[in-house]
Unconditional design. Structure first.
Length: 348
């Protein structure tokens, strides 16, 4: 854990700092080309013979579709992707394991605790050898998402764009705030947990927020969609890639995001099924995902930050002084039921 935290801090500094913590989505990206991994001829031949690889992923549909298209273009190997949020994915994989075998060759999820369980139960196998920051024998961070707040740039005057979480309590936002439910996953709930436990905010923040009558939704993408449509003017927990996905299809959509005075970080990890039906294609996919080419495919167009630093198209990171690196999905899990109970009680 200590090594992970140190590496994450290094990533933030290397990726750059968002000026004032806010700005146009995808503005903090760079352009250029990146190389793919040097594939071992024997592995490549075996992977091509299998011809396909199946992936379960909790990242956005756009990121996973980008992965599939770029990998198939590079190697001619089809990628079958199933996108699902962390909680349902964990339940699905656990059920498949009880039935005899996990169906996906590759799993990519923010639920590190479940990945540790699967490793301990020998359901995951070692990743192929590759130089990659903060990886372990079994897991690699393939996406880094910093949690923020969305705002509608047409409905929120520049002077009212939140700079701190206290600014979110502006009476002008009453009845127009959208909250993603903490039930989405412990990783998604890190920001709520950090505010809940922060001495500057704590329970009082949520009581004041409840007085503004926010709308709670059960899907993180809906937070961005409702803010972009104007049904809400402020929304969180904001995952910047949800805003990017809207901007990709509707460039004029009035949705932007801001990193405030408390920021949390939710990494996504990749692991390989020890009983994979396409083990060679899975290993090749893992090598590619840990390469600059794979990282740009997954995190490019401003969707997220990369452990490899400021790669073309990846999102720059917030000011490291704002980031609560100590708040992890594992820490949230310890009091997850209490956090959900608090939400259920005050956001009726």
């Amino acid at each position: 854990m200590a090594g992970f935290m140190q590496g994450m801090r290094g990533l933030v500094v290397a990726a750059g700092v968002l000026a004032a913590g806010a700005g146009p989505l995808a503005a903090q990206t760079v352009t250029g080309s990146v190389p793919g991994p040097a594939a071992d001829a024997k592995l490549l031949a075996a992977a091509k013979a299998e011809g396909k690889v199946s992936v379960y992923g909790t990242s956005s549909v756009v990121a996973l579709k980008s992965d599939a298209e770029a990998f198939e273009k590079a190697y001619g190997i089809r990628v079958n992707v199933t996108q699902v949020t962390s909680g349902p994915m964990t339940a699905r994989v656990d059920q498949e394991i009880r039935a005899g075998r996990m169906n996906a060759d590759v799993v990519m999820t923010a639920d590190r605790h479940s990945l540790y369980r699967w490793i301990a139960a020998s359901e995951l196998t070692r990743l192929p050898a590759a130089k990659y920051p903060e990886r372990t024998d079994y897991l690699a961070h393939i996406q880094v998402v910093y949690q923020a707040v969305f705002y509608n740039s047409q409905a929120v005057a520049s002077a009212d764009v939140p700079k701190t979480w206290n600014d979110v309590l502006n009476p002008k936002f009453s009845g127009k705030i959208v909250l993603g439910s903490p039930r989405i996953s412990p990783a998604y709930s890190e920001l709520y947990y950090a505010l809940w436990k922060d001495p500057q905010y704590g329970q009082a923040f949520f009581d004041k927020l409840a007085a503004l009558k926010p709308r709670v939704v059960q899907n993180n993408a809906m937070v961005a969609q409702l803010v972009a449509s104007g049904e809400g003017v402020v929304g969180f927990t904001a995952l910047p890639y949800d805003g990017i996905n809207i901007k990709t299809s509707s460039p004029a959509a009035p949705i932007e995001y801001s990193y405030l005075d408390v920021v949390t970080v939710a990494p996504t990890f990749m692991g390989l099924n020890a009983k994979a039906q396409n083990p060679n294609a899975a290993r090749l996919f893992a090598l590619w995902m840990m390469s600059p080419a794979g990282q740009v495919a997954h995190n490019g167009s401003g969707r997220a930050s990369s452990m490899l630093g400021n790669l073309p198209g990846t999102l720059a990171a917030p000011d490291p002084k704002r980031v609560r690196f100590d708040v992890t999905a594992e820490k949230v899990s310890i009091e997850y039921s209490g956090l959900i109970a608090m939400f259920d009680r005050i956001f009726k």
